[in-house]
Every structure is written in structure tokens, then in C-alpha cells.
Design a protein around this ligand. Structure first.
Ligand code: COA
Length: 159
């Protein structure tokens, strides 16, 4: 069985993430969406909230499972017996950072192959922080996130 891990902080999950997850799910038998604790990023949503939103947003994808993790990504991928790490590449600006992470992960676990999927043009500028900023300014975010995520954002920013 070919299993891939798609990691991220998912604070919160967006249509850009969902696009990568959906396309990756067509390439392997199972996808484990790995929601990182990422305490250094001081997420708006708790790890439990981010995991629940990602689960709900991907529940129509039968070979996708969502799990929280804390610690090293390669350890989590090994625990899950995954052979592949899938990352989305949005623009050339992502490349240097992703290149560094892929090289480091390869150094730590060379049995894990990192595969990049290009984001389509309509999602190339999208990021979770842009969505959080728009929501904090009461700007609609429906074109960037599923309705349940838009609702969760609206609840975070009520006075
Ligand atoms: N569509 C929309 N947005 C995307 C996207 C896509 N396809 N791909 C990335 N993004 C956004 C993310 O939402 C994030 O936005 P933000 O910074 O505004 O919140 C930003 O681009 C950066 O994404 P990414 O580089 O994937 O970072 P991340 O924080 O989502 O995830 C981890 C990084 C969790 C994969 C990484 O920190 C990790 O592996 N941590 C575990 C610890 C570890 O193993 N460290 C050593 C790694 S070498």
C-alpha cells in the first residue's frame, strides 16, 4: 500500500490545501493529512480545532485521514508507515524553503520521498495567514475556505 503524508499547520485549512490533498489522493492509496502542533507559529486555532476542521473539510475523500502530530515530521511519517511526503508548491518563493526542508528530511529519513504538487494559478497567492487577516478585518473568505472554516473564523473574530 502506498501511503503519503501531507503535512502543514492548517491554521486553518484552505481550498489551496484541499486542492493539493485531493490531487495527491488520486496518486496513492492513502493520504494522512498531518496537522502539526507548530507552537512556534502561535496558531489562531488550537491543534484540536485545526484537526477537526481539516477532518470535516476532507470527509468526502474516502482515502484521506487527518491526524494531529507534535515533534519531527519524519518520525510521524515513519509511525504511519508512509513512503511519501507530499508538499504543495505555490510560487518560486516557496522553493528555497521547501528545498531546504526536503533536503533536511531526506538527511533524516532517506527512505521517504518528497513529492511536490504545483498549486493551480487561482491558489498561488493563497495562504492561511492571508485568510486569517481577511477574516479579522471582517472581509468575506468564502472563495478561499469551505463554509465550516468561514464560520469558525467568523466565531474567532466576533467582539
Ligand atoms: N495552498 C494554500 N496555502 C498553502 C499551500 C497551499 N497549497 N501550501 C502552503 N500554504 C501556506 C500555509 O497555509 C502556510 O501559511 P501561513 O504561513 O500563512 O500559515 C504557508 O503557506 C507555509 O506553508 P508550509 O511551508 O507548508 O508551512 P506549514 O506551517 O503549513 O507547515 C510543517 C510546516 C508543519 C510541514 C513543518 O514545519 C514541519 O515539518 N514541522 C514539524 C517539525 C519538523 O519536522 N521540523 C523539521 C522540518 S525539516
Amino acid at each position: 500500500m502506498k501511503r503519503a503524508v501531507t503535512p502543514g499547520t492548517f491554521d486553518p485549512i484552505t481550498f489551496g490545501h484541499l486542492d493539493i490533498i485531493t490531487r495527491a489522493a488520486q496518486l496513492v492509496d492513502e493520504i494522512v493529512v498531518a496537522v502539526a502542533a507548530s507552537p512556534g507559529k502561535k496558531p489562531l486555532f488550537s491543534l484540536e480545532e485545526r484537526t477537526a476542521l481539516a477532518r470535516e473539510a476532507t470527509k468526502h475523500l474516502k482515502n484521506v485521514r487527518v491526524e494531529p502530530f507534535d515533534g519531527l515530521l519524519v518520525d510521524f511519517a515513519r509511525e504511519q508507515q508512509a513512503q511519501v511526503l507530499v508538499k504543495g508548491l505555490r510560487a518560486i518563493t516557496d522553493f528555497e524553503y521547501e528545498f531546504q526542508m526536503a533536503a533536511l528530511n531526506y538527511q533524516l529519513a532517506n527512505e521517504l520521498e518528497t513529492v511536490f504538487i504545483m498549486s493551480p494559478p487561482q491558489y498561488m497567492y493563497l495562504s492561511s495567514s492571508i485568510v486569517r487577516e481577511l477574516a479579522s478585518l471582517r472581509s468575506p473568505v468564502d472563495q478561499f475556505v469551505p463554509p465550516l472554516v468561514a464560520d469558525a473564523l467568523a466565531r474567532k473574530f466576533v467582539e
